[in-house]
Design a protein around this ligand. Sequence first.
Ligand code: NCD
Length: 309
Amino acid sequence: MKHFISVNDLQTTDVLDILDLAEHYRKYDHLKTQKQLFAANLFFEPSTRTKMSFIVAQRKLGIESLDFHSETSSMKKGESLYDTAKTFEAIGSDILVIRHEFDDWPEEICSSLNIPVINAGAGKKEHPTQCMLDLHTIYQEFGHFNKLNIVIAGDIKHSRVARSNAQTLRRMGANVYFCAAPTFMDKTLDFPYISMDEAVGICDVMMLLRIQHERHDQFASVENYHQAFGLTLDREKRMKKSAIILHPAPINRGVEIASELIECERSRIFQQMSNGVLIRMAIITKLLKERGLNDENFIEKRKTVVAAR
Ligand code: NCD
């Protein structure tokens, strides 16, 4: 067999040979001594940092990343997210990383999957890995969360980063405040709103957010918005000496933050991105450990996982 182009080229012996080999791989997959794990990255919304840092994290852990492009996938033929996820499970993915614009996709698919799913962004609702890398960055700086004044400022209403962070930081003991233009406030969330001028005076952490233009059509004039609600050069001067600036990025320079402040001394924005790789490595390791797919007992447990497929 030189190429594999048409079934008409196959001898009957070729057909039987292939069937035998496939059966051999089904039975003996678990006997492989070499660890081989796969992670599928299913992103249905644009992403630079989150997707790429998941891929770096997976490769650093020796996991093979399966890339996926929604615009060239069978979803274009009408396949659902659920069927796409089940497909990746069936072809041998050990872990799924998903980002989708729908708020409740995790509830719809997780209970029917037998492999761990990592939420890389669910609509406006949750962005748990971003939250963990933000916590990591804050903890590196202060060594605790207790009574830290953390201001989350920007498009609170449409931000999954605000939701995940506010709840978790409060649970960890921080005082969380919101700061937003009236159209971007979300009164269903029980956190106090303060003005940007008050915020710069009290905050230990200033977490800035981008206006989520893709989730609504509320227009804000850039110059007015920056002056009224942004971190201007003048406001930054009024921050405590020890206070830091965070931003999940992408950044709209000159809107939520003055361009010059992005790499200023108190900015930890690029450190957040580096931490994103470490946090994602930690989350993946923890999930695989709970399934017995960590280094120590990998081969033993893999037998069970493969047999269950
Ligand atoms: C955030 C997101 O996708 O929610 N970005 C990210 O993951 N680093 C924030 C945003 O897009 O504004």
